[in-house]
Design a protein around this ligand. Sequence first.
Ligand SMILES: Cc1cn([C@H]2C[C@H](O)[C@@H](COP(=O)(O)OP(=O)(O)OP(=O)(O)O)O2)c(=O)[nH]c1=O
Length: 212
Amino acid sequence: MDLYLASSSPRRRELLAQLGLRPGIVVADTDETPAPDETPAAYVTRIAQAKARAGWATLTEPVRRPLLAADTAVVVDDHILGKPVDAERALQMLALLSGQSHVVLTAVSVLSATAGSGQRHEPGACATSGQALRERQVLVRTEVSMRPITRNEALAYWASGEPRDKAGAYAVQGRGAIFVEAISGSYSNVVGLPLFETARLLREHGIDPLAG
Ligand SMILES: Cc1cn([C@H]2C[C@H](O)[C@@H](COP(=O)(O)OP(=O)(O)OP(=O)(O)O)O2)c(=O)[nH]c1=O
């Protein structure tokens, strides 16, 4: 195991595997309710950090590996589209994205014990001590342009099951690709983990995918 991944997303695990990294999965609950007047960038950054801290708090053994968490949101006109709770919401989201450009934001947060501390940390210690832990974040923005999507296409797409657990009700790595005309920026960022920026962040925490 190279690092901890505080995520239930199979995509994030697969994207780390693409770099040759083997994550140990950590499960922790995080409240993902947006705060009033919070910008999308502030929101994903706060949630990625909260996921990382919640994951770290579950570790009971001496922690010798960094922990990574991330949050992805689809943003249209400054509104955050999360995962659709039902068909109606998915159809609304796809109608909003249809024939338009939107932005996908992913924030990545990485925590590791600093040299000399490295042992056991009380839950929440990272939020307060600032001494025992190194905490780094990155926020990545990708622009995605979609062709017009008809209501019948959106219905058929919902029926495929793919939109259910995806921010913005589509998956660029799946059938959703038939709607995606162009991408400007990181592709892996849209799937849930920007690999270029993540590799750089992990290097700061002593993990080098090229080190074998
Ligand atoms: C836009 C888009 C999103 N997604 C996914 C990535 C994320 O898994 C999901 C956004 O939800 P997130 O809340 O970022 O992640 P998650 O709940 O799936 O996993 P966890 O919080 O446990 O890490 O949408 C795609 O897979 N493809 C896409 O094209």
